[in-house]
Design a protein around this ligand. Sequence first.
Ligand code: FE
Length: 133
Amino acid sequence: MPDKIHKPDAQWQAELTPTQYQICRKGGTEIAFTGEYWHTKEPGVYRCVCCGNELFHSETKFDSGTGWPSFGAPFDPDRVATRTDRAHGMVRTEALCARCGAHLGHVFEDGPPPTGLRFCINSAALRLEKKSG
Ligand code: FE
């Protein structure tokens, strides 16, 4: 796990698109079925759009029917951090990039075996590095 990344908010704003900034640095959520990766089945590695941290592998991606990319597990538990999110009158588990603190989405306990978890992630927080061949 590489060293943590800390950047001033203004720098993130300059480096990211407005949508990426709103979701990753301001805890926003993209509208279901509108993101780039919700229906993507191509093999590859999903990296943090902010810092390049390897977050999820396509092998754990499944069709949740929610309209957001959904994964049963992170690439490595150390790469994705979680914390309790009490926003909007709900108690949820927020998923964040463990390296740069980017808001990724939320974790729910209604996923498929073997983990039973569903990492419900915004496409805008991810960058798919497609596996060739
Ligand atoms: Fe990151």
